[in-house]
Every structure is written in C-alpha cells, then in structure tokens.
Design a protein around this ligand. Structure first.
Ligand code: ADP
Ligand code: MG
Length: 690
C-alpha cells in the first residue's frame, strides 16, 4: 500500500507577446516550492482588498513558463505510470482556466513532436516498459470519454460521420449491487503496441475536434478522460492484476461572471462550474478526516473518477496557470483549489484478483507435483481410487476392530487418506444401518402393541355387546314380571291351576325317574323312555348346538311357555303320556306276575311228575298209567296264563307305539314353542334397543 497526499503541481504557461505579465515569483529553495502571486493595486475587481497584496501557494513542484513537455512528463506522469504498471490505479488531471494549457499539457501541442503531451508520452513509456518486462504477461486497453453537459460520449467510435458531439455513442453510468461504477457504451479497445494506442488517441482527438465547432467550443466546457487499462499476471500464476490510469483534461475553471455571456451559453457555463464545483466538493470531502460520505454521485465526472480520486489511487493534479495580468484572480482561484486537493491522502492498494480458470490449472499442476512426490516417498504410484483388494482388506480390518473388545484396540490403515476416508464412510454406514434396524424393531414393537390393543378392543366390544344383551334380558324379564303380577291379581283363582300345572311337571319328572328305576325289563318300553329323554336333552332350550341359553333367557322362556297355546297341547300330551306310562307300568307288572305264575305252574307239574314216579316205584298201580287230572288242570292253567300273557304283551306293544307317537307330537309342539319364543325374544330385544 502506498500512502501519501495527492501530489499537486503547478505549470505556468508561457505568455504571448501581447500579454501583460502579472507579478509572481517561484521559490524553489525549500523542500516544497512555493508560488507567490502579487496583486497589483490598480486591479479593481474580484479578490482585491486593501489588506493583502500577495498570495503564497505551495506545490510539489512548479513548472515555470519555459518548462518543456519531457520534463513535465518525467516529473509528473512517469511516477504515476510506474505505479500503474505495478498494479495501482492512477489519475492525473489538469485543472485551470481555459487557455491555461491543460490540453497542451495532457495531450500536447499539434505543431512539434517535442510538444507531445502526457498521454502520448505515457503510452510510449508504458509500452516501452511492457516490452522490457518479460516476467509478466500484460494486456492493454484504452478508452476515451468526453463529458459535456453531464452527458458521456465515447470518443473512440470508429465511425467518422460524426459531425457533432451528439452523434457519438452516449455513455451512461450503471452502478452494481457492490456500488461499483460501470460505464455502459464506453468502448474498450485493445492496443498491443504504442502505435495502435496512438492511433486510438488520434481517433479520439479527431472526434473531439470534429464535434467542436467555433460556435460550440466544447473543449472549454467539457471534460475529457483518456484511460489506459492494464492487466498483468505472472506466467503460471492465477493472480491477475488490473490497473488503470486516467488522464483527465478538465473543463475550464473560469467562473460564470467572467464569461460575460447570457442565454444558452450562460447555462453551459453554469454547468461547467457546477461540474467542477462537485469535483471540488468531492475533493473537500476526501480531504476531511472521518468523512464517511463522499458525494461522488452528484456529477457524472465525479462518478466516473470515483475509484480514481483519492482513496485507492495515485492521484496527481496539475494546476495550469496563465498568469496574465487580467487572469490574476482566476490564477489565485486555481491555486486555492490546488491547495485543498493537496490535503487529500491517497491510500493506493494493489488491484489483485484470482482468475478461476488459471487457478484450476495451477491447482492441477500442484496436485500432480504432490502425487509425484508421494510416489517417490512411498515407492508406489497412487491412484485416486482404492483397488478391490485393498477395499476387501479394509472391510476385514474394520470388522476385526469392531469385534475386538479390547479398549486399547486400534484401527490402523496407515497414512493413506483414501483408506482413512473409506473407513470413516464405512463406519458411518454401519452406524446408520444399526440405527435403521433399531428403528425397525421399535416400529415392530409398536405394531405388536397395536395388535394387542386391537385384541383388547375386540374383547371389550364383545363384553359390551354381552352387557347390552343382558340388559335387554333383564328389561324383558321385568316387563314379563309386571305382566305376570297383573295376571296374578286378575285371576287369583287360576293360581291353583298354575301350581297344579307345576305339580304335573314335577310328577312327570318323577315318573321319568321312577321309570328309570323300574324293574320292568321290557326293552321296547325302555327305548321309548330313552327316546323321550334324549329328545329333551338335544333340542329343548338349546337354540344352536353348543350355544346354551343364558339364565335370564331360560327364565323368560319358562314364563313365555306358560302363556303359549302350544304349551297346553304339550301339557295334554304330557298327561296322556303319563297315563300311558302308568298303564304300561301296570301292564308290565301284570306281565311279570303272569310270567311268574306260569313258571310256578310249570314247577308244580314237574313236582307232580316226580311224586307219581315215586308212587309207581313203591306201589305200582294201573291208575298211575292213566292221565293225572291234577296235571291236566295245571296244564290248562298254564295255557290260560300264556294266553293272558300274550294278550297283555300285545297291549303293551300298542301302548309303546302310542307313547312314541305322543312323544313325537310333544317334541313338535315344543319346537314350535321354542321358535315362537326366539322370535318374540329378538323382537323384544330390538324394541328395547330402539
Ligand atoms: P486549455 O486546454 O487549458 O484551454 P490549451 O492547452 O488549449 O489550453 O492552450 C491554449 C494555447 O496555448 C494553445 O495554443 C497551446 O498551444 C498554447 N500553450 C499552452 N501551454 C503551452 C506551453 N506550455 N507551451 C507552449 N504553448 C502552450
Ligand atoms: Mg483545452
């Protein structure tokens, strides 16, 4: 970083023969030369007051009338050009009233080669330097801008048909988000040699001249900025240095009052001064310490020179003076401005940036070099990918490491970043995988719990349904009890009948029991009884196989039965059956008795035979050979008994058929009763739910 105040120089224009010189003196003795201007007493206007007669101004260097262009260049422009070649920005601007020699200093005189000004000399110097320096690659561009009435014009427009300034391409200012200024439409022309650059300068000056007519002396009221853009980089380096040198020929600094013109020209004059006034404001702001806002935007010129006035720039000012007796006040004014500019501190820094394409090339080269170095050290050529064999080996090492319970165990893959990276990736994958499986287990657990919950819910639902069913049953029973009570009150006398009915039922049951215990061994009768009991078991009070009636339902069924018409039929059948069972029982007993009597008679005959045989042995008689009347009687009795037994047996057989039939009828009636009950029961349940 180069830090110093703006260098301010003074150049005095040689006076013409007719010009009356003002009184001034240059003091070169001290470190900073000074210019003293003495105000003649006879001067009536402007700055004159009686208190002061002379003004002293200090400059970095003062070039008196006889100073030649080469000396001016060597002293003023050369140091700046050197800085620009080193990568800093630079600005040289000439400030002074019209005719004071600004254009002569910046561009030069047209008559003699030696009158070449700062621009051609700087171009010559720069290209000379570029040629000498083979350590860097340089690229040079030039642009030439004229600002007139706050409008920018590109002087390097190659078309030669421009007869007015307005015919040239208009240049506008664009500010990006980083507050960088870009000039739209200002063409940048590459110049590979001094000759090309001078041709461009000539083109610009021609355009500037054509645009300037005697009626419209734009040069006095416009600013011209010739810029040399230089970029440099060292071969192989990605760092690019960019710098630019503005060579500025400002508009005349003379004040409006002095022009003495009205109308249109006055407006122009005002603009000129306004533009320079803004330049002055910027310079004052830059000179002030801790001033954060610099009013660059107020004019186009200050906007264009934003990055080239103070701050990051080597700025140099040349105050051109024409100390004619009539120009004393303007000269003093120019010097005062120069004094303010001299206060500004420059802090020029290198404009370096990285070219990404060059950076890639450079990095690639560096990688290759490192690879070569690595191969030299390890003795192996290393590729970017690990071989399949190496990968398998690493997998094995990782597995061993993970299985090893020893806390001191390590995973050593050597100083190979590819292997280290692979191990980390592999371990990460394993970790993620185990995390994923944990998650899966958790999900499974959750789903199992969910299933259990579902089962519990299902169970609860069933219980609820059962409860509802029981509730219905209770309600139905309550209704039935109510009805029963009413009925009981209405027909008290029927109570006995009802109780008798129940007795009959009990009797029927007791008969069944008695029958089972009966000594009567008639197989058919037994079958008949078994049939009846099996029927009772299999169908009565059983709605579906395996499904038993609830207790409440059974109770209800009992009550329902009492009111049902079919139950009377059943009762009738029951009575009849009971009767028939009793008859059968009685008949069975009689049959048994008859059987016993016949057997007894048979025994008596055998006894008689034995008696008669014994008698025949002891006292044989004729009579014994005759038929025994007693035996005959016994035989008749047996025959009679057999007859009676047969009759009774047939009767019993008939009874068995009747009983079977009655039992079928009864079953039918009971089925119907049960069905009716079921219909009624479900109806009652639905009614209750509604
Ligand atoms: P400005 O650009 O400031 O209006 P110019 O540079 O046009 O002034 O100068 C006006 C005239 O004075 C021109 O004819 C120019 O050749 C002449 N002139 C200016 N300075 C010098 C100088 N140092 N030596 C010789 N002639 C000069
Ligand atoms: Mg000029």
């Amino acid at each position: 970083m180069v830090q110093e105040t703006i260098r301010v120089y003074a150049r005095l224009k040689p006076l013409g023969r007719r010009q009356q010189a003002g009184i001034y003196s240059v003091d070169d003795e001290k470190s900073l030369p000074s210019l003293e201007i003495i105000v003649p007493h006879d001067l009536a206007d402007g700055f004159i007051n009686n208190k002061r007669e002379s003004y002293k101004f200090k400059f970095h260097k003062i070039f008196d009338q006889e100073a030649k262009q080469d000396v001016v260049f060597d002293n003023i422009a050369k140091p700046v050009a050197e800085c620009v070649l080193a990568g800093y920005n630079g600005t040289i601007f000439a400030y002074g009233q019209t005719g004071s020699g600004k254009t002569f200093t910046i561009t030069g005189g047209a008559e003699h080669y030696n009158d070449r000004g700062i621009i051609p000399r700087t171009l010559s110097f720069i290209f000379d330097q570029l040629q000498k320096d083979s350590s860097k690659v340089y690229t040079t561009h030039v642009s030439y801008l004229e600002i007139y009435n706050e409008c920018g014009y590109d002087l390097l427009d190659p078309r030669h048909d421009a007869s007015r300034l307005e015919d040239l391409p208009k240049v506008t200012i664009i500010e990006d988000s980083d507050q960088n200024i870009h000039l739209k439409n200002l063409s940048l022309h590459q110049a590979t040699s001094e000759e090309e650059a001078l041709n461009l300068l000539f083109l610009g000056d021609t355009n500037r001249m054509i645009a300037e007519t005697p009626m419209n002396q734009a040069s006095t009221r416009s600013h011209c900025i010739f810029t040399i853009h230089i970029s440099s980089k060292e071969p192989g380096s990605a760092t690019l240095r960019r710098s630019k040198l503005h060579l500025v020929d400002l508009a005349g600094s003379e004040r409006i009052a002095k022009t003495g013109l009205g109308g249109h020209l006055l407006t122009e004059a005002k603009y000129i001064n306004l533009s320079l006034h803004y330049l002055e404001q910027v310079i004052i702001a830059l000179a002030e310490k801790n001033r954060s806002h610099i009013p660059y935007r107020n004019s186009m010129m200050t906007s264009v020179l934003r990055d080239s006035l103070g701050g990051n720039c080597m700025t140099t000012m040349i105050a051109t003076l024409s100390i004619d007796k009539r120009n004393i006040d303007e000269s003093i004014s120019t010097c005062r401005f120069a004094q303010r500019v001299a206060l500004i501190k420059n802090e020029a820094v290198l404009n370096e940036e990285i070219d990404p394409r060059l950076m890639i090339v450079q990095l690639k080269k560096e990688i290759q070099e490192l690879k070569d170095e690595l191969a030299l050290v390890t003795g192996k050529q290393r590729t970017s990918e690990l071989s399949q064999e190496e990968l398998l080996q690493l997998d094995e090492s990782i597995e061993l490491f993970l299985k090893d319970n020893d806390p001191d165990s390590t995973l050593d893959v050597g100083a190979d970043m590819r292997k280290i990276k692979y191990c980390f990736i592999h371990l990460k994958q394993l970790l993620n995988h185990s995390k994923a499986s944990d998650k899966k287990q958790l999900l499974q657990h959750i789903s199992e719990e969910k299933d259990a919950n579902e089962a519990e819910k299902e169970e609860l639902k069933k219980m609820k349904e059962l409860l509802q069913q029981r509730n219905n049953e209770i309600n139905i029973l309550i209704n039935m009890i109510k009805k029963e009570k009413k009925k009981a009150r209405d027909a008290l006398f029927q109570l006995n009948t009802a109780s008798a009915g129940s007795t009959v039922l009990e009797q029927s049951l007791s008969i069944n029991l008695n029958e089972s215990r009966s000594p009567f061994s008639c197989s058919s009768l037994k079958e008949a009884k078994d049939f009846g009991s099996s029927f009772h078991r299999s169908s009565f009070l059983c709605r579906k196989p395996g499904e038993k009636m609830s207790l409440g339902c059974q109770e209800a069924f009992e009550v329902f039965k009492q009111d049902h018409a079919d139950s009377i039929t059943i009762e009738d059948h029951k009575q009849l059956l009971k009767q028939r069972f009793a008859e059968a029982k009685c008949l069975g007993e009689k049959l048994n008795e008859e059987k016993d009597r016949i057997n007894h008679l048979k025994g008596a005959i055998t006894q008689r035979h034995i008696q008669r045989a014994a008698l025949a042995v002891s006292s044989p008689s004729e009579e014994l050979n005759k038929l025994d009347p007693v035996e005959e009687k016994l035989r008749r009795q047996i025959e009679e008994g057999k007859q009676s037994y047969k009759t009774m047996f047939n009767h019993l057989k008939g009874l068995k058929i009747e009983i079977e039939h009655l039992q079928l009828l009864m079953e039918k009636a009971k089925m119907k009763l049960q069905k009716d009950f079921e219909v009624w029961w479900s109806e009652e349940a639905t009614n209750l739910q509604v």
